[in-house]
Design a protein around this ligand. Sequence first.
Ligand SMILES: Nc1ncnc2c1ncn2[C@@H]1O[C@H](COP(=O)(O)OP(=O)(O)O)[C@@H](O)[C@H]1O
Ligand SMILES: [Mg+2]
Length: 354
Amino acid sequence: MTKEPIIQLNHIDVTFHNKGQTVKAVQDVSLEVARGDIYGVVGYSGAGKSTLVRVINRLQRPTAGTVTVNGQNILALRSSELRAARKKIGMIFQHFNLMNARTIADNVDYPLKGSGLSRKERHDKVARLLDLVGLSEKAQDYPAQLSGGQKQRVAIARALANDPEILISDEATSALDPKTTSAILELLKRLNKELGLTVVLITHEMDAVKEICNKVAVMEDGAIIERGDLVSIFSNPQKPLTRDFINTATQIDQALEKIYKQAKGLGLDDHHQLVQLKYVGASTDAPLITELFKRYQVVSNILYGNVEILQDTPLGNLVVVMAGEPDQLEQAWQYCRDAGIQLTFLKPKDPEVA
Ligand SMILES: Nc1ncnc2c1ncn2[C@@H]1O[C@H](COP(=O)(O)OP(=O)(O)O)[C@@H](O)[C@H]1O
Ligand SMILES: [Mg+2]
């Protein structure tokens, strides 16, 4: 028996009517998030990501569809029940939304008002939360004294105050530099592991998804166009938009651009083919290239190589010029395919070299 998903969105539509304009922000989206997932939702600005996740805690009521969180029908809850349900769903945002006139400790304490905890219990809890995010020393500081990354840590501590089971991160790293982004993502991953927190990570950067998510959905024009576990999406994307996101994240776009610029110098012809090799799992490039030479006298000149480790699975990407006799090349490619390697024959776009 499969475990019931912690979040279940069924056939969600969200339609806005604004000054005679109709915007279908979310169209027939169904999404299941399992307990313990770090589920990435990636898409460009305006794709409908924020609207979709706001449906989870009914900050946005859908025009159609059903929402089940933790077994509860969210759309049927009365306001007191909804308040209780929302406490179990933390949220963090791009702009932190801290109260600037209050200390860090007071910011984290704020959601505990009305929790029934004593002053002492609240004080201890705030201390624990600040320790959890590595900010114990900053308790009496004010938000203005903190860096962006530290502010986001405060926002995370505050979001965790009521011991939520779900944390929704809506572009929480989008205002941060790459190093700080990685540190925040690492923190989310640690919270996922240590607290069993389910995370929904909204972002326009596949890089962020790549670092910590186990599942990913790609959104475009209000719809989910592709979804799956991280490794299969990265190793075998179906939609052009998904490929775009991945190529940007793995920096292969920039590499190919450079390679295409040099294409003339590569002397491509029947005996020299520009090939991209993609492989998942343990196979490594060095033995393969040796093997291709030993078996078929095919020489592979590596122009670009990258290995991503996704969910502990290596995902390799090589761009090589393979040189050899045409029939030997054919056999070498077949050997690669038999070894589970995906081949793409790259054709430089410049007509002079094509
Ligand atoms: N409250 C609203 N009223 C009218 N249109 C909205 C509202 N919120 C979002 N939209 C529109 O819905 C679409 C999706 O927006 P949003 O969910 O914010 O996308 P994303 O988070 O992916 O950038 C956009 O076209 C946006 O302008
Ligand atoms: Mg948004």
